[in-house]
Unconditional design. Structure first.
Length: 279
């Protein structure tokens, strides 16, 4: 399995900003894109290849549904395999979620109920994807808005078991940890502590918004101070790790987004263990 690169701070690349990136080549450490946006080939992939010539890239999937009872969709997996071979990304990630059942597909990242029987199903699907791609993938924790009865472990404990069984890594989204703390009283620092040192291959920071007294993971606002603090805690535990700033809604001009990216870049560089690595 491929070792995880240490890329520093990166930024999510969304469609409206691609032309600006190609025209200005901003000072950004690396970019991450949603894999499914490039399954169609053509000009979007050609543009992504031009970006790849100058920057490392990460592919972040939102549609695999590894927690679904059925095996990963064969066509979806083949398209991802083709894209990975063409782009040669530094990182490939998916979500700990389900999105298919009873012949229906849901356009959402539905949290996996952490009940008896869930672990072997998800582990089998992760192994299937890793075997098909010939590489380690990262699995992201998700935001949730309801709790399930009869759960036997926390999300981080499930991720730790998946790491042990499959050799996958973890994409730790600290904004999702904060959203779950606000909505479900989950303890984000305890979740960070439950993940083994060495398993986290990437960290996400993002913003959330309130809707009817519910914290929603919209990626539509600036990163909150609470999320910055969780990033500091994660870097203190896991050391130098690629960290990505995500923004998907209320998308500002690229220049404004890069201003916030610079805050992230400075914070990552100030991490004591990062400084030791640089020396």
């Amino acid at each position: 399995m491929n070792p995880q690169p240490q890329l520093g701070a990166g930024l999510g690349l969304r469609g409206p900003h691609v032309a600006d990136v190609l025209a200005t080549w901003p000072s950004v450490g690396w970019w991450e894109v949603h894999s499914e946006n490039y399954f169609g080939g053509g000009e979007p992939v050609a543009a992504l290849e031009r970006v790849r010539e100058r920057y490392p890239l990460s592919l972040h999937g939102v549609g695999m549904g590894l927690g679904s009872h059925a095996a990963p969709d064969a066509q979806h997996l083949q398209r991802l395999k083709t894209l990975v071979a063409r782009i040669e990304p530094a990182l490939v990630s998916e979500h700990l979620c389900w999105n298919r059942g009873a012949g229906r597909t849901f356009n959402d990242l539905l949290p996996v109920p952490r009940v008896d029987g869930a672990l072997p199903i998800v582990a089998t699907h992760i192994e299937h994807v890793q075997d098909a791609l010939g590489r380690r993938i990262l699995i992201e924790n998700v935001s949730a808005y309801v709790a399930f009865e009869h759960e036997t472990c926390s999300e981080a404990e499930l991720l730790a078991e998946l790491v042990a069984r499959t050799g996958c890594g973890v994409l730790l989204d600290v904004n999702n940890l904060h959203v779950n703390a606000l909505n479900l009283n989950a303890d984000p620092l305890a979740e960070i502590a439950r993940l083994p040192v060495g398993c986290v291959g990437e960290i996400h920071v993002a913003g959330f918004e309130w809707l009817d007294d519910v914290a929603i993971d919209t990626h539509g606002a600036s990163v909150s101070e609470a999320v910055w603090a969780l990033l500091d805690a994660a870097l203190a535990r896991f050391g130098p790790t690629p960290v990505l700033l995500e923004r998907d809604t209320h998308l500002p001009p690229l220049d404004a987004l890069i201003d916030e990216y610079r805050l992230l870049d400075a914070r990552v560089r100030e991490c004591p263990r990062h400084a030791e690595e640089v020396r």
